[in-house]
Design a protein around this ligand. Structure first.
Ligand SMILES: Cc1ncc(COP(=O)(O)O)c(C=O)c1O
Length: 392
């Protein structure tokens, strides 16, 4: 196979990392000049900034009025573990996982919380467990989009509206990129650094009335670290839901989160953000369809993530390599693109099978993805030629 010429055009923004993700088009440090720096987050202005993140997020996402939306320490991990530590144990639990992050929540449920009546449903990278087996009389713990495997749940029809248990959903790498069915979700968490391109800092949580009811009536006999503590005197502590965080937030990151939300509003809100994600995913799909050596890791189109898109190499020249050799060989491709300033951070997650993971969130421009593909092909064909002992 001939090695293509070095492409002439580079992506205007070569950032394709799945977190922290590309800043939004037009982002500049100047946008953060109103940050309340060197001041207290307990001051009325600091609190108002935190509250602005809550109200703008709530509005953009269409979160029902009767949900509580708050800010918790520890980014998405902190918010999700706070939900698990506070809510689980009142009834049986089904915990579903198909990649690195869901596997961590399974470990939490089984090994750390040691929950009784806990069923773990797991699937290998590129697949999803049989969702028809889930019992919604139990609480159900799952990740909407498995970022490291590029596998997303196939819509929401598998979740009944009418369920006895709660649904705890880690939505961090799809929220703002897909329309979440709030009536099917009870505790939803996310961070600032994914689809909206914010900074990694505090996390967000949305709680349905039934989740709040659980908090107010179920008091597990387990230690709850301060950063997970969502209750005061046995009831929901309203403060994190009003802009009074449990510990000190970065007001620079808060300003950046507000800036991202304002950008999203300016371009047309959730439908436009979702449209940008779909356009990005479609660009990858078209490239995969016309490129014989690359394919989606997830063979079922219904479960392919539209934000963290994972790909594998199917060229027979690579078939004889061990997994380690293949990983080492393929990792040269993003490195070659990085050295050219043409594409950063699109190797697979360290826990995933060898391949590529290309972030397609709303802050990524479709034109940048289209400019990236020829660079990947250029690097791939050089690596392939070397492997085959051909002169590059
Ligand atoms: C699905 C999922 N859950 C949790 C996390 C951890 O998020 P954070 O680093 O914001 O705590 C990530 C990070 O990539 C993720 O993709």
């Amino acid at each position: 196979m001939p090695v293509p010429q070095k492409p002439g055009v580079r992506p205007a923004n070569p950032c394709f990392s799945s977190g922290p993700c590309a800043k939004h088009p037009g982002w500049s440090l100047d946008n953060l000049k109103d940050a309340f720096l060197g001041r207290s987050h307990r001051h009325a202005t600091g609190k108002a900034k935190l509250n602005e993140v809550i109200t703008r997020s709530r509005k953009m996402l269409g979160i029902p009025d009767d949900f509580h939306v708050g800010i918790l320490p520890g980014s998405d991990t902190g918010a999700f573990e706070a939900a698990m530590w506070n809510l689980l144990g009142a009834r049986g639990v089904d915990v579903l996982s198909w990649e690195n992050f869901g596997n961590e929540w399974t470990k939490d449920a089984v090994q750390e919380l040691k929950l009784e009546n806990c069923r773990a449903f797991t699937a290998p990278f590129g697949e999803i467990p049989d969702l028809s087996q889930v019992d919604f009389n139990n609480d159900v713990v799952f990740t909407w989009n498995g970022t490291s495997s590029g596998v997303m749940v196939p819509g929401d029809s598998w979740i009944p509206d009418d369920r006895a248990g709660l649904t705890l959903c880690d939505a961090t790498s799809c929220i703002f990129g897909v329309d979440l069915p709030w009536h099917k979700l009870d505790a939803v968490t996310w961070s600032w650094q994914k689809v909206m391109g914010g900074e990694a800092a505090h996390g967000m949580i949305a709680l349905s009335p039934r989740a709040v009811e659980r908090l107010n009536t179920f008091h597990p006999e387990r230690a709850i670290p301060k950063v997970f503590r969502m209750k005061k005197n046995g009831k929901l502590n309203p403060e994190p839901f009003e802009g009074s965080t449990l510990n000190t937030p970065s007001l620079l990151c808060v300003e950046d989160a507000i800036d991202g939300l304002k950008w999203g509003e300016d371009i047309g809100g959730l439908p436009v953000l979702m449209g940008r994600v779909q356009s990005n995913f479609d660009a990858v799909r078209r490239w995969v369809e016309r490129t014989s050596w690359v394919d989606f890791l997830a063979s079922d189109p219904a479960i392919r993530s539209c934000t963290s898109v994972t790909l594998k190499v199917v060229d027979p020249a690579f078939a004889g390599l061990s997994e380690d050799e293949l990983r080492k060989t393929l990792r040269r491709i993003p490195k070659m693109c990085e050295a050219e300033g043409a594409g950063y951070d699109f190797s697979e997650h360290k826990s995933a099978p060898p391949g590529f993971r290309i972030w397609c969130g709303a802050t990524v421009e479709t034109s940048d993805l289209e400019a990236l593909f020829p660079w990947i092909e250029w690097a791939f064909h050089q690596v392939r030629a070397e492997l085959a002992g051909e002169a590059a």
